[in-house]
Write a protein that binds this ligand. Sequence first.
Ligand code: DGL
Length: 261
Amino acid sequence: MSTHPIAVFDSGLGGLTVLRALRDRLPHEDFFYFADTRFLPYGDRPETFLRERGVLIARALVERGAKALVIACNTATAAAAEAIRAAIELPVVALEPGVKPAVGLTKTGVIGVLATTRTLASERFQRLVGNHANGHRVIARPCPGLAEAIEAEGPDSAVVASLLDTFVTPLATAAADVVVLGCTHYPWVAEAIARRMPAGTVLLDTGEPVARQLERLLTAGGLLGGGHGHLTVATSGAPTAVSATVDRLFGQKLKIEHWEP
Ligand code: DGL
């Protein structure tokens, strides 16, 4: 079993920011990355759809022989993590916006959270803020259109720049000194976000803590090791449509498969 790949999935290519951290920490593991591009954006879809789709993908990844699953998507986690955990027996690593670490870092007491509409509307996110905000002000800013624009137009496009002006500038005005990147697509535009905030603003993404958690679970389950550092990338959309973006974002030429869970 330990020779089997670790499955990672997202609505699209945002989860590659998580995958990068996973491969940095566990370079000898094999990974199967699935971008559910046909249904991007998850952020505007109903919770029931995301729950059913998440369980379907997780079951198909088990069938494919995965030894562990990383849900590299905040939106899918918010809607489907519990259902996925109940449906499969593999170790599952889910991620959530880094509100907890942000609370320990803020000096102004104002924390900005950028995420999808669905993530911020979820009960899971409301609970996270309710349990951990600890009297701090949390400005939760939905960013409709941003994940799609990053993929379709590119991180440096004029469309992305104008969306960031709309979503990020109010956080600077409100004196937020920590910005939580609560969607795995947003680390691709971290520099552009930082440029719109005062110097010294901390941007938090979840790649590294997720990698540590995955390592802990693999170790506890006796599943660590056995791979050769192989990476397979698959999409439910057209491989040709995402390959240029993958190469640009990931800085490496990768062969992309079509896969229908
Ligand atoms: N990358 C996903 C996340 O972390 C969402 C992007 C989308 O809306 O599909 O929330």
